[in-house]
Design a protein around this ligand. Structure first.
Ligand SMILES: [Zn+2]
Ligand SMILES: [Zn+2]
Ligand SMILES: [Zn+2]
Length: 267
């Protein structure tokens, strides 16, 4: 496999396929991806705004720390109760949103286009959570700092999330562990291990599990409960896909093997 992206073999349909890429190709795809470039631009703009309306070093640092602490909790609650909530597909007007922001990722976890959140949903969410926190800490300057911090953390989350679906074994043990937990969320039981880079919130809320032995395999791990029966009652997601929901992704599934060896090495 070549080190560049001029290679049709790393795509499935129009999307990059992380199951067929190496780390170098992932870096190139990530650093040239429009959504990520938009985030980088917004981080720079936030730094400019935070400088222009400078709140002082105290409030600036406090708002960075506050967002670092709040982010994993906010992500956890959204992932567990909204993305896995089994409500959005039941309403016509939210069905396409749910399909794009989580169902498609669980149907085929390797496709980069649907792994990255859509900026029209991520950015308002980040703004609604971070801007009030920053504003209360130190006015508009701190609000800009908080928003920029939220977007920067999102870039980091998206990168680690890519690595979790890249068909390779990370060198460092902590990334191996992180990857193994997220792979379990996708290939064993989706009702647990909701974190991306940290599973502290999962431990607090009792949804953390260490390996495949800890729980039985969930039959809804790829369809999130939107099975053929649900699709007959609530057809909008199926209509948009153009085919019934699948119980497993197409093609080879290197995760089955990966899950075995990462959980062995990580345990
Ligand atoms: Zn994932
Ligand atoms: Zn994968
Ligand atoms: Zn999920």
């Amino acid at each position: 496999m070549s080190g560049t992206l001029n290679n049709a073999t790393i795509r499935t349909g129009r999307s990059f396929d992380l199951g067929k890429m190496n780390l170098r190709q992932l870096w190139i795809a990530y650093l040239t991806y429009p959504t990520i470039l938009l985030y980088f631009a917004l981080v720079i703009a936030s730094v400019a705004a935070a400088t222009w309306f400078f709140a002082g070093w105290g409030p600036t640092l406090v708002s960075v720390l506050a967002v670092i602490l709040v982010y994993p909790l906010a992500w956890y609650l959204l992932h567990r109760y909204v993305l896995h909530g089994r409500v959005l597909y039941k309403m016509k007007w939210t069905a396409s949103l749910w399909k794009r922001i989580h169902f498609d990722h669980h149907q085929d976890p390797h496709l980069l286009d649907v792994l990255f959140g859509a900026p029209v949903t991520t950015l308002p969410t980040i703004a609604v959570i971070t801007i009030p926190i920053g504003y209360l800490i130190g006015g508009w300057g701190a609000a800009a700092t908080a928003f920029g911090t939220g977007v920067a953390i999102t870039c980091i989350y998206e990168f680690f999330h890519c690595i979790q679906h890249l068909n390779y074994k990370p060198r460092s043990a902590w990334i191996q562990r992180m990857k193994a937990r997220h792979v379990l969320h996708h290939f064993h039981d989706e009702d647990g291990n909701f974190g991306i880079t940290s599973f502290v919130v999962d431990r607090v809320f009792g949804s953390y599990y260490l390996d495949a032995k800890a729980r039985p395999r969930s039959p809804t791990v790829f369809n999130l409960g939107y099975d053929v029966k649900e699709a007959q009652r609530f057809p909008w997601v199926m209509d948009l896909t153009g085919s019934p929901p699948r119980d497993r992704p197409d093609g080879a599934r290197p995760e089955a093997k990966l899950m075995r060896d990462t959980s062995q090495h990580a345990a």
